[in-house]
Design a protein around this ligand. Structure first.
Ligand SMILES: [Fe+2]
Length: 445
């Protein structure tokens, strides 16, 4: 971990206020997602891929208790007896409904009790001197953890059958983006970070990576683009698919993105319980890595590597440095990106010109997580912090990296260096993609 210089009393106060604000924002989201449904919907399993919502809620409280009440605060446990029930490594999601879980009322009482103690710990904690508390890291980690579960709970809502219960205003309008692709010149750039105070272990340390010249799409692949692949019978032609992807497509009987259906001769999709015409100008969402890879092959392109994605997002050719976000170093606002469940759908392409990278690549942050062609692994010099189960146990070829966050991701859990990972068959997540390709000789001048 990078240590920050000693903080003045005023800086400590500012940091405490920031921590309280992000924790409170996360809790309002968790509350909104769990208050939107009745007790039956909170306790049942909506898909074998997901936990009951009431498990997520108490698990959020349990992680907060372990790290902030017991470790940082050095306080007595609140409910040590339930640690095992809410340990994600002890029970697979499919088994969680059968556990003697806290009921909705108990779970709500538990998370409130833990939060009250945490706000007291925050008032008294010295936010330096120990890597776990330096720059309020543990608080930032817990706020990100809660927001990550809020995105998972949003995905559970998408899988839930029944009348719609969530609503949000529509995203901004799209616009015609000047160029479909841009060339990113060859050369080194700084990948990862050693200075972002709440960056997680897998984003560290900053290191130089040489990337050959490549061409990348300025926007994510839209439903309209993807529909052309479906209508060209792309799901029935093995030449576009990897052998593993094709085998899975056949075995699972997949013929379109998840939540798409053909109805009376036209395509519709279901979004949080609402059936609607396919929005042709929105980034496609709920596709697996295999589907993304097949589309890219059909389009004569490929998926970007993780390093290509990050270079397109962060590299500023004018200064040679890597930015925190495509638009600069400022935290995301509503002008930059579709984040934080503000709109419960991806925004049409072209909706965020203010979020463009220096090279003119748009909507890298927010809207949809973007599959890359890279396996999840540690950067050179990776060090586990603060526990191996956060990311190290997932390193290896089983998981593919996704970048950029979705409309369901909070800004606290999203930055130019943030890395997500999942199995290449998964598509209940808010996953889309953009394509890249090698430049043609004439493009290199
Ligand atoms: Fe968790």
């Amino acid at each position: 971990m990078t240590t920050t210089p000693d903080l003045t009393a005023m800086e400590q106060e500012k940091l405490r206020a920031h921590v309280a604000e992000v924790l409170t924002r996360a809790r309002s989201r968790s509350t909104a997602l769990t208050d939107a449904v009745d007790d039956h919907d909170l306790t049942r399993q909506h898909s074998r891929l997901m936990s009951p919502l009431v498990w997520d809620l108490a698990h959020i409280g349990n992680q907060e208790e372990l790290w902030l009440v017991r470790d940082v605060g050095g306080r007595d446990p609140v409910r040590q007896d339930i640690d095992e029930l809410y340990d994600a490594f002890k029970h697979a999601r499919v088994d969680r409904p059968a556990l003697p879980l806290l009921g909705p009322t108990e779970a709500r009482g538990y998370v409130t009790e833990v939060r009250d103690k945490v706000l007291d710990v925050l008032d008294h904690a010295v936010l330096e001197g120990r890597p776990l508390v330096e720059g309020a890291f543990a608080f930032g980690m817990i706020a990100q953890h809660e927001q990550q579960h809020d995105e998972t709970m949003l995905a559970t809502h998408q899988l839930r059958a029944g009348a719609p219960v969530l609503d949000a205003p529509p995203p901004p309008h799209g616009r015609r983006v000047p160029a479909g692709e841009v060339l990113v010149p060859a050369g080194p750039f700084t990948m990862g970070t050693s200075i972002e105070p709440w960056a997680l272990d897998n984003e560290r340390p900053a290191h130089q990576v040489h990337v050959d010249a490549f061409v990348i799409d300025t926007t994510p692949v839209t439903c309209g683009d993807y529909l052309a692949f479906v209508e060209a019978r792309g799901y029935h032609d093995p030449q576009w698919w990897s052998p593993t992807g094709w085998a899975h497509r056949q075995q699972a009987g997949i013929t379109a993105p998840r939540f798409w259906e053909r109805e009376d001769g036209r395509w519709v999709r279901t979004r949080f319980g609402v059936r609607e015409p396919l929005p042709l100008d929105e980034p496609v969402v709920h596709v697996s890595f295999h589907e993304a890879e097949a589309y890219a092959a059909w389009a004569g392109k490929r998926l970007p590597t993780e390093a290509e994605w990050e270079k397109a997002a962060r590299f500023d050719p004018a200064t040679g440095r890597s930015r925190r976000y495509p638009w600069g170093d400022e935290d995301p606002t509503a002008e930059h990106a579709n984040l934080g469940q503000r709109h419960l759908r991806p925004a049409p392409v072209g909706a965020y010109p203010a979020g463009a990278s220096p090279l003119g690549v748009e909507q890298l942050i927010g809207d949809v997580w973007e599959w890359t062609s890279s396996d999840f692994g540690g950067y050179p010099g990776f060090a586990v912090f603060p526990y191996p189960e956060y990311s190290q146990v997932f390193f290896g070829p089983k998981f593919k990296v996704l970048r950029g966050g979705s409309f369901g991701t909070d800004p606290v859990a999203c930055r130019g260096t943030f890395r997500n990972w999942d199995y290449p068959i998964r598509r209940q997540i808010f996953s889309g993609f953009r394509c890249a390709r090698d430049p043609r000789p004439e493009e290199l001048g």
